[in-house]
Design a protein. Structure first.
Length: 116
């Protein structure tokens, strides 16, 4: 089964920025698109954003106007640009198929830690 690979996490101060990357084969992306998710310690995994093959994007209310999902078609990479980070954004971030579809096996994710 295809497994997506996340990267780009790190430690950043509140108000800072990070850009996460998700390597996703075009054959996987073109069916329904890709979503970003996150899981904070002690909490359930939650949806963050989705990008469709059409280019339409959707963002959770908690990150709208701060996070932007995008895709580099040439590199088969999905990005999550995260600006104005807050301590509550601290989580392990994952990419996978969009909500409403059977997910692929979850990868290791990439840790994002925002210090206050």
């Amino acid at each position: 089964q295809v497994q997506l690979v996340e990267s780009g996490g790190g430690l950043v101060q509140a108000g800072g920025s990070l850009r996460l990357s998700c390597a996703a084969p075009e054959s996987t992306f073109r069916i329904n698109g890709i979503g970003w998710y996150r899981q904070a310690p002690g909490k359930q995994r939650e949806w963050v954003a989705t990008i469709r093959p059409t280019g339409l994007t959707y963002h959770a209310a908690s990150v709208r106007d701060r996070f932007t999902i995008s895709r580099d078609n040439d590199k088969n990479t999905i990005f999550l640009q995260m600006n104005t980070l807050k301590p509550e954004d601290t989580a392990v971030y994952y990419c996978n198929l969009p909500r409403g579809t059977t997910p692929l096996n979850w990868g290791q994710g990439t840790q994002v830690t925002v210090s206050s």
